[in-house]
Design a protein around this ligand. Structure first.
Ligand SMILES: Nc1ncnc2c1ncn2[C@@H]1O[C@H](COP(=O)(O)OP(=O)(O)O)[C@@H](O)[C@H]1O
Ligand SMILES: [Mg+2]
Length: 346
């Protein structure tokens, strides 16, 4: 099943478009109020002391602005930025090559830092703490470690899985920024900003329509905006209204709460074939013709976050809200039936 539209990850072509939409300075960065305030203190104090700031770790789901913030940190410090990622650091030597060529005050961004290989990680500990690496020369009993000083730098790490970071690594960051999903009002601001950069006139009600389907994620909001713009250009002489936005997103099968075809297939199977569950993950996956991992990693996190699906020890269960979302009446014993008022339908 295709899923580029509401995937939180960027694909190849999208990176260039995204680069054009990235806020460059902290003042342009929307939402994440607390992170922004904390970070501006860290940066300001470093500026005043004339020293490289503490290492910064950013954790949060894909598409929330981690890479953007890393670039902003370098820009705010007027420091050069070096980019790499955990998977690219397979050997300690890969990291040593980067560290040994850093300029003083340079910002080193390691994306997906939880995927770094172990030997590189150990080298990083020492580098973060003492601005030193030990280069091991030779093998076996004759091997010697040659200490090498490196310029004071600031490490900015990003991870979607903070829980996977070993404690010794996490502890070496002076500041950890936890990025949350954006609320609808913040996403509207992201959309207005992007619309302006793309030269699209975006009325407020159209922004609202796109924002509520964007799964709390700026990357998805920007992507939906581009699809809505395409639709408006071809079908509506470029005039973007709330109705046009809704029609476009319905055409792309992104519903009123941001669920796509896969999400609805999972819920549909859970309700239609298993009476709302509980049912095991693999059984559910077979029912929708997908790999269990796809269901678990791609569809479930958002369904759980929306309160439509629950993971219980006995299996996956649809909540009362899921029945309502699909236009059905929840059975009296539905999971969470007695809880809060039902959300609006699609
Ligand atoms: N706070 C924000 N304000 C405006 N645009 C944002 C914000 N956060 C993210 N974006 C946009 O969303 C896209 C994805 O952001 P990115 O930093 O690449 O996310 P991540 O690295 O967390 O996956 C970028 O194009 C960026 O312009
Ligand atoms: Mg990123």
């Amino acid at each position: 099943m295709e899923r580029e539209l509401v995937s939180p990850d960027a694909d190849g072509d999208e990176r260039a478009v995204e680069a054009a939409l990235r806020p460059r300075m902290l003042g342009e960065f929307i939402g994440q109020t607390r992170v922004r305030e904390q970070l501006s203190l860290v940066l300001e104090s470093a500026r005043r002391r004339g020293k490289a700031p503490d290492h910064v770790l950013m954790s949060g789901a894909p598409g929330l602005g981690k890479t953007t913030l890393a670039m902003i940190i370098a820009a705010e410090l007027a420091a050069p930025l070096r980019l790499t990622s955990g998977p690219a650091l397979e050997r300690a030597g890969d990291l040593a090559a980067i560290l040994s060529t850093l300029a003083e005050g340079e910002v080193l961004f390691i994306d997906e830092i939880h995927r770094m290989a172990r030997p590189a990680e150990e080298m990083l500990y020492l580098a973060m703490e003492d601005f030193r690496v030990d280069i091991v020369v030779g093998k076996g009993p004759g091997a010697t470690a040659i200490p090498l000083e490196i310029a004071p730098f600031t490490l900015v790490g990003a991870t979607t899985r903070a829980g996977l970071l070993p404690a010794p690594l996490r502890d070496r960051f002076g500041f950890v920024a936890h990025m949350d999903f954006y609320d609808a009002a913040e996403l509207e601001l992201v959309l207005f900003r992007s619309a302006r950069l793309l030269g699209v006139a975006l009325p407020e009600d159209a922004a609202r329509e796109i924002a509520r389907r964007s799964r709390g994620t700026p990357r998805i909001a920007n992507r939906l905006l581009r699809r809505v713009r395409d639709f408006a250009e071809v079908r509506a002489d470029g005039v973007l209204t709330a109705d046009i936005a809704a029609a476009a997103l319905n055409l792309y099968e992104v519903d009123g709460e941001g669920l796509d075809r896969l999400d609805r297939a999972v819920l549909g199977a859970l309700l239609g074939k298993f009476g709302g569950g509980p049912v095991g993950l693999s059984t559910l996956a077979v029912a929708v013709g997908e790999e269990p991992e796809t269901v678990e990693v791609v569809a479930e996190p958002f369904l759980v976050r929306q309160g439509l699906l629950a993971r219980t020890p006995r299996g996956r269960v649809a909540t009362a809200a899921a029945w309502i979302h699909l236009g059905l009446t929840p059975p009296p014993d539905a999971f969470g039936a007695a809880a809060s008022a039902p959300p609006a339908g699609p």
